[in-house]
Design a binder for this molecule. Structure first.
Ligand SMILES: Cc1cc2nc3c(=O)[nH]c(=O)nc-3n(C[C@H](O)[C@H](O)[C@H](O)COP(=O)(O)OP(=O)(O)OC[C@H]3O[C@@H](n4cnc5c(N)ncnc54)[C@H](O)[C@@H]3O)c2cc1C
Length: 397
C-alpha cells in the first residue's frame, strides 16, 4: 500500500503527465522483487528486466533520445525514481554503467566510445564493474599501485596489479578503473582511466562473498592484460580528474534518489500496521524513520532546484551521503525490532520473503561504500563548516 507523501515542488502539467505515464507503465511491466542479481539466475533475470526497461524507454530517462533516453529534466528524473521505487521495481544491475561510467563517457569519451558503449549498457547487454579500490587504496584512492605500461608496438597498454571490492564483477562484462601510467609523477597525477573486458586471458575474477552469502563483489587480478588505446577513457595521465567527476555522481543524487527510502518507509508503516500493537514502544522510531525519508525527499527537491538554477552539488553530496546511509540503517533496524525473533528468518517462509533482513544486511554497507562516512565527515567539517584539517590525516586522503 502506498502512503500519502506531502507534495514536493509544484509540478507542471507535463511533469504530472510524465509521472502518470511512468506509473502506468510500471504497473503494467514491473516484475517485482527478483532473485539476487549476484546469482546466475538473478543476474539473467535482472539483465532481462533492463532490456524490458529499455524497450519502454525507461532505462535512462535523462539521456539523449539517440541513446534510448527521453531527455528528461532533473525534476522528471527524480519523479521517475520516486515512481520506480514506490512501485517496488527491481534493483538495477546496470547501475554502475548508467550512473557512474556513462556521465564520464558523455564528457570524456570519443564519439566511437560513445557509440560502442552507451546503448548496450541501457538494455542489460553490457554490464560494468567499477574497479577502483585496491588492498591499500580505498579511502586513499591516490595510493593506487596497479600499473599500465606503454606498449607502442601494439598501440596500447599492459595492465598489472590487483583491484578489490569490485561490485557486480562476478557477473559483469567489462570493468573500469584507474591505473598508474607514470610511476614518477605525484600521487594524484600519472593515473589513467582504463576500461577492460573481464573475460580475457590475464584477468582473474575471484568472487568475494558478502554477509548475505552471495558473490556481490570480486577481486580482480591483472597479469599483463593488453588494453588498446581505443579503450582508454580521457587523456593519459588525466585519470584523477576524470575519476573525480564519477565520485561526485556516486555520492550525489544519482546513486540515492529519495524514492528508495520513501518506499522503505512506506513498507515500514505497513509493517507497523501489522505488528505495532505488540511493540508500542517502537512507535516513535517508526515515525522518525518516516519523517527522515520525507526530510531527505524535500532536501533533494531543494537540491534539484539549486542544480536546475545552475548551481552545483559541491560538498552537499557528502551531507546527502551521511544522511541517507544513516537513515537506511535506522529504517531497517526499526523493522527488525518490530519483527522480533522472526527478523532472523530468510527465504520464502519468512515475513516479506526475508527482504527486511536482506535489505538490512545491505544497509550495513551504506556507511562504507561511495566513500566512508568518516571521510564524508571530514569533507563536511573542512569544506562546509570551515574547521581545520585533522593532525593525523594520511597524506592525500
Ligand atoms: C557494498 C560495497 C560495495 C563496494 N563496491 C565497490 C566497487 O564496486 N568498486 C570499488 O572500487 N570499490 C567498492 N567498494 C569499496 C569501497 O569503496 C571501500 O571499501 C571504501 O572506499 C573504503 O576503503 P577501504 O575499505 O580500503 O578502507 P580504508 O580506507 O582502509 O579505511 C578503513 C577505516 O579508516 C577510516 N579512514 C581512512 N582514512 C581516514 C581519514 N583520512 N580520516 C578518517 N577516517 C579515515 C575509514 O573511514 C574506515 O573506517 C565497495 C564497498 C562496499 C562495502
Amino acid at each position: 500500500m502506498s502512503h500519502t507523501h506531502p507534495e514536493g515542488p509544484e509540478l507542471t502539467d507535463s511533469e504530472r503527465a510524465f509521472r502518470a505515464e511512468a506509473r502506468e507503465w510500471l504497473a503494467a511491466h514491473n516484475p517485482g522483487r527478483l532473485p539476487s542479481m549476484d546469482t546466475d539466475e538473478g543476474a539473467a533475470l535482472h539483465r532481462a528486466w533492463e532490456a524490458t526497461l529499455a524497450e519502454g524507454r525507461w532505462s535512462v530517462v535523462a539521456w539523449p533520445e539517440q541513446y534510448g533516453g527521453r531527455e528528461a529534466s532533473l525534476t522528471e528524473w527524480v519523479i521517475f525514481e520516486e515512481e520506480y521505487y514506490l512501485a517496488g521495481a527491481p534493483t538495477r544491475i546496470a547501475q554502475n554503467g548508467i550512473s557512474l561510467l556513462a556521465p564520464i563517457i558523455f564528457e570524456h569519451g570519443t564519439p566511437e566510445q560513445q557509440e560502442r558503449w552507451l546503448r548496450p549498457m541501457t538494455d542489460g547487454s553490457l554490464v560494468w564493474a567499477q574497479a577502483w579500490s585496491e588492498p591499500e587504496a580505498g579511502s586513499d584512492l591516490a595510493g593506487i599501485r596497479s600499473r599500465a605500461v606503454r606498449d607502442d608496438e601494439r598501440g596500447g597498454w599492459v595492465l598489472s596489479g590487483q583491484k578489490t571490492w569490485s561490485s557486480r564483477a562476478p557477473y559483469a562484462d567489462r570493468g573500469f578503473g584507474l591505473f598508474r601510467t607514470d610511476p614518477e609523477a605525484a600521487r594524484h597525477r600519472g593515473l589513467t582511466y582504463m576500461t577492460f573486458p573481464l573475460d580475457v586471458p590475464g584477468i582473474t575474477v575471484r568472487p568475494v562473498h558478502q554477509l548475505d552469502g552471495d558473490a556481490g563483489f570480486a577481486e580482480i587480478f591483472f597479469d599483463d592484460v593488453f588494453v588498446p588505446d581505443a579503450d582508454v577513457l580521457g587523456g593519459v595521465g588525466d585519470g584523477w580528474r576524470v575519476a573525480m567527476s564519477t565520485a561526485g555522481n556516486e555520492r550525489g543524487l544519482s546513486l540515492r534518489a529519495p524514492g528508495r527510502f520513501m518506499a522503505a518507509a512506506d513498507r515500514l508503516l505497513d509493517l507497523w500496521a501489522e505488528r505495532g500493537a505488540d511493540a508500542p514502544h517502537l512507535r516513535d522510531r517508526v515515525v522518525d524513520a518516516w519523517i527522515g525519508a520525507e526530510a531527505y525527499r524535500l532536501y533533494t527537491w531543494g537540491t534539484v532546484d539549486k542544480l536546475s538554477g545552475g548551481g552545483d552539488m559541491g560538498a552537499d553530496g557528502s551531507v546527502n551521503k551521511l544522511f541517507w546511509s544513516e537513515l537506511d540503517l535506522e529504517l531497517h533496524e526499526t523493522a527488525l525490532d518490530l519483527l522480533g525473533p522472526e527478523a532472523e528468518l530468510r527465504g520464502p517462509g519468512a515475513p516479506s520473503g526475508g527482504s527486511w533482513v536482506d535489505d538490512h544486511l545491505f544497509s550495513l554497507a551504506g556507511p562504507i561504500y561511495a566513500g566512508t562516512n568518516e571521510i564524508q565527515r571530514n569533507i563536511v567539517a573542512e569544506r562546509i563548516l570551515g574547521l581545520p584539517r585533522g593532525e593525523n590525516r594520511r597524506a592525500g586522503a
